[in-house]
Design a protein around this ligand. Structure first.
Ligand SMILES: [Zn+2]
Length: 377
C-alpha cells in the first residue's frame, strides 16, 4: 500500500487555485473512450476521473494534465539519458480519457487508503481493463489522508496509479493536496507531477524488495531527493535512483530494473513485464524476476477478504497460508487450469509452491477487502 504523505516544504499561496493557460497544445474534444492507439504493446493510458458528484475542471481538455505528464516525462528522460514511459497517444497527442464514476465523492473517500482499489475496480468494470495498459488517473475528488496511491507488484498487482487532486488530511496542520498545482510548463515538474510518476513506478513494481535500500513497501531509504524516497524527512524529489543501485540501471539480472520494463521507451531488447502481471501471449515476454519477503507473518486484522488463485501453468501447485508464527500451513492443491476462491483476512500472507519441487512460485499478502486474482504462470 503506497500512501504518499503530503509533506510540504513550501506552502504555495494562491487565492483561487485555478489552472492557468498551459503551454502544451490541448486536444479540444473530450474523449470518454480509449481512442485508437498510435503504438501497440504496453503503455500508460492517462485518465481524468471524477466521482459522480465531482466538479469538472476540464483538466483533460484544457492542457493541464498533458502539461503535467509532459513535465514528468521530460524530467525522466533527462535523468535516464532519453528513456521515458511509453504513453498512449492518439494521432500524436496524449490520449486522455474523461470518466465520471457512478460512486460519489464521500463514499469513495470513506475507503481511506483503499480508494485506489475502489477506483480501479470501477474503471475495470467500465472497460478500462486492457491487460497491456497501466492507467494513470488524475482523480478530481477527495481522499482521506493521502494525495496518491499505486499498486506494488508482486505484493499488490494492480493497473491503476492515482493522484487524488482534492485529498485532505485529518491533521489540520497538513495542507490539502489541492494546495499543489499541476505543472505550469513542461520543464518544471512540481509535487503532483513527481508524485504521479512515483505512483506509476510503484505500480510497475518499483522499488523491488531485492533493492539494497528498499524500505516501507516499495520506497528507497537513501536520500529525500530520490523520486522513490520515503522516510522521516520531507520528500524533495530531484533524482532518479541515487547511486543507481536500487531500481534504475543497476544491471543486476535477478532484481527488477525500470530500465528493462516493457513500459519504457525505448524498450530494452530483454524487457520484462511487471512482476505478477500476466504475460501477453502475443509478445511472449517473460515475467520480471519475482522477489520475496520470506520473513512475513500473518497480522491479526480480523478483516475478512478473499483471494482468487488461478493456476494457468501446466503443473499442480500447493497453496499455503503463512500463520501468525510465520509457519506455512497447507491448504489445498490446485490442478493446472483451475481457480480457487480462498477466504482469508487482510494482512495474511499466502504462498504458492510447485507441488513436486516445493519451489516458491508466488507470495502475496491480502492487502484490501477488494477481490483480486493471483495468477500462477
Ligand atoms: Zn510511495
Amino acid at each position: 500500500m503506497q500512501r504518499l504523505k503530503l509533506i510540504l516544504m513550501v506552502v504555495v499561496f494562491c487565492l483561487v487555485c485555478v489552472f492557468p493557460a498551459q503551454s502544451a497544445s490541448p486536444r479540444h474534444e473530450r474523449a470518454t473512450t480509449d481512442l485508437p492507439d498510435d503504438i501497440t504493446g504496453y503503455q500508460v493510458h492517462v485518465m481524468y476521473v471524477l466521482p459522480s458528484d465531482g466538479v469538472d475542471e476540464e483538466l483533460d481538455i484544457n492542457g493541464a494534465i498533458a502539461t503535467s505528464v509532459g513535465a514528468f516525462q521530460n524530467w525522466l528522460a533527462n535523468q535516464t539519458g532519453g528513456q521515458k514511459l511509453r504513453m498512449d497517444t492518439f494521432e500524436g497527442a496524449l490520449d486522455i480519457t474523461f470518466w465520471q464514476l457512478s460512486t460519489d465523492e464521500a463514499v469513495l473517500a470513506s475507503q481511506g487508503a483503499f480508494i485506489r482499489d475502489a477506483i480501479e475496480a470501477e474503471l475495470k468494470s467500465s472497460g478500462f481493463n486492457n491487460p497491456e495498459k497501466l492507467y494513470a488517473v488524475y482523480y478530481g475528488g477527495n481522499a482521506m489522508d493521502t494525495c496518491g496511491g499505486g499498486a506494488w507488484p508482486p505484493t499488490l498487482v494492480g493497473s491503476v496509479a492515482a493522484m487524488y487532486l482534492k485529498g485532505t488530511y485529518t491533521d489540520p496542520t497538513v495542507p490539502p493536496c489541492a494546495s499543489n498545482p499541476l505543472a505550469r510548463d513542461e520543464n518544471t515538474p512540481g509535487y503532483i507531477d513527481f508524485a504521479m510518476l512515483h505512483e506509476i513506478l510503484h505500480t510497475l513494481g518499483i522499488v523491488p524488495e531485492c533493492a539494497p535500500h528498499q524500505t516501507r513497501s516499495g520506497h528507497s531509504s537513501d536520500d529525500p531527493s530520490d523520486l522513490m524516497y520515503a522516510g522521516d524527512e520531507p520528500w524533495q524529489p530531484s533524482i532518479l535512483d541515487i547511486g543507481r543501485d536500487d531500481y534504475y540501471g543497476h544491471g543486476k539480472p535477478d532484481c527488477l530494473d525500470l530500465a528493462k520494463s516493457v513500459f519504457m521507451d525505448p524498450t530494452a531488447p530483454d524487457a520484462v513485464i511487471p512482476p505478477g502481471w500476466l504475460a501477453s501471449e502475443e509478445t511472449g515476454l517473460p515475467p520480471a524476476p519475482m522477489t520475496y519477503n520470506t520473513g512475513l507473518c500473518s497480522v491479526d486484522t480480523r478483516t475478512p477478504t478473499t483471494l482468487i488463485f488461478s493456476n494457468v501453468s501446466t503443473q499442480p501447485v500447493d497453496l499455503y497460508w503463512v500463520d501468525y508464527n510465520c509457519g506455512e500451513v497447507y491448504y489445498s492443491t490446485l490442478q493446472p487450469a483451475t481457480t480457487v476462491s480462498q477466504s482469508t483476512f487482510v494482512g495474511h500472507p499466502w504462498r504458492v509452491r510447485d507441488s513436486v519441487t516445493a519451489e516458491l512460485l508466488v507470495e502475496t499478502v491480502a492487502v484490501s477487502t477488494h477481490l483480486y486474482t493471483i495468477t500462477i504462470q
